[in-house]
Write a protein that binds this ligand. Structure first.
Ligand code: C2E
Ligand code: CA
Ligand code: CA
Ligand code: CA
Length: 281
């Protein structure tokens, strides 16, 4: 019937309606999710690629939805970015991750030099009170600044590079570490890359996962590692799933690795066991 009314032009179909409704429900449900305690963090180890010892963890948020089960951040983070809800979710993630790491450090000497990585969204980085928020969370949780690494993407930085650079410099001043996430997927200018006060570059999974099969991807990873090192940055390869990739990366002198080969993201209570039990698959 709809098609008759619009001639042969279908401008709105069932699939689109369903997707729009889905987004609307996510948005509405997100409003209570924080208060209801529906978010939790998982942690994925970052290891020394040569010897596999754990050097830190990336905090990855999950949403335990009362009806849908566990919802992936790939689904709700973009929605929350659009509505601004990411600001309160992101603040919760930051606090929770710092508190967990501070607790592990106080309980186990093995965590002394561990670093926790927290993802920032574009909205958070451009929020006026961001640097104070980070400083407050560090003070309240007692986590030393050097044990926190904030992950930002190229795209976030290139929108307004001058502003981003200023925000990063202020974060750097309070002593936190900074990392560019998903490197290679966005567009970024090398001259800016060199100007940002970054410590670490994370090579995106899309290059790592294909590097053992496609020579072109191997060359990209090789070039990114060389570029990072020439700028004095450490490199972490994400999405390492195969031993062959680990060996290639370690031959390229990539410092760190993260991926299912070492461990999937685990719940906070399982983190200490990963450190004590090693990361043998
Ligand atoms: P990301 O920051 O690139 O995080 C890495 C993603 O890759 C995680 O997905 C992780 O589970 C997955 N992964 C790790 N190793 C492997 C592997 O070997 N193979 C494969 N196939 N996947 C692997 P996850 O947890 O679903 O997170 C998806 C994205 O959601 C993250 O991508 C990040 O952009 C965003 N995200 C997650 N937590 C937060 C958060 O607290 N704040 C913000 N702003 N974004 C977050
Ligand atoms: Ca990340
Ligand atoms: Ca990433
Ligand atoms: Ca990625």
């Amino acid at each position: 019937a709809r098609e008759e009314g619009w001639g042969n032009m279908v401008i709105f179909n069932e699939g689109m309606l369903e997707r729009a409704m889905n987004l609307m429900h996510i948005e509405m449900d997100l409003y209570r999710a924080l208060d209801m305690g529906e978010f939790f963090l998982t942690y994925q180890p970052i290891v020394n690629i040569g010897c596999r010892t754990i050097t830190g963890f990336e905090a990855l948020v999950r949403w335990r939805h009362p009806e849908r089960g566990t919802v992936s951040p790939a689904e709700f983070i973009p929605v929350s970015e659009g509505t601004g809800q990411i600001l309160s979710i992101g603040k919760w993630v930051l606090y929770e991750a710092c508190r967990d790491m501070a607790r592990w450090r106080s309980e186990f000497p093995e965590f002394e030099d561990m670093v926790v990585n927290v993802n920032l969204s574009a909205r958070q980085l451009s929020q006026p009170g961001m640097v104070d928020q980070v400083a407050d969370v560090l003070r309240e949780t007692g986590l030393p600044a050097r044990c926190l690494r904030l992950e930002v993407t190229e795209t976030m930085l290139m929108g307004n590079p001058e502003f981003a650079n200023m925000a990063l410099r202020r974060l750097k001043e309070i002593g936190v570490k900074l990392c560019i996430d998903d490197f290679g997927t966005g567009y970024s200018s090398l001259s800016y890359l060199q100007a940002f006060p970054i410590d670490t570059l994370k090579v995106d999974r899309s290059f790592v996962s294909k590097m053992s099969r496609e020579p072109g991807n191997f060359k990209i990873v090789q070039a990114v590692v060389a570029l990072a090192h020439s700028l004095g940055l450490e490199v972490v390869a994400e999405g390492v799933e195969e031993e062959e990739q680990r060996i290639m990366l370690s031959e390229l002198r990539c410092e760190g690795g993260q991926g299912f080969l070492f461990s999937r993201p685990v719940r906070a209570e399982d983190v200490p066991a990963l450190v004590f039990g090693g990361t043998a698959p």
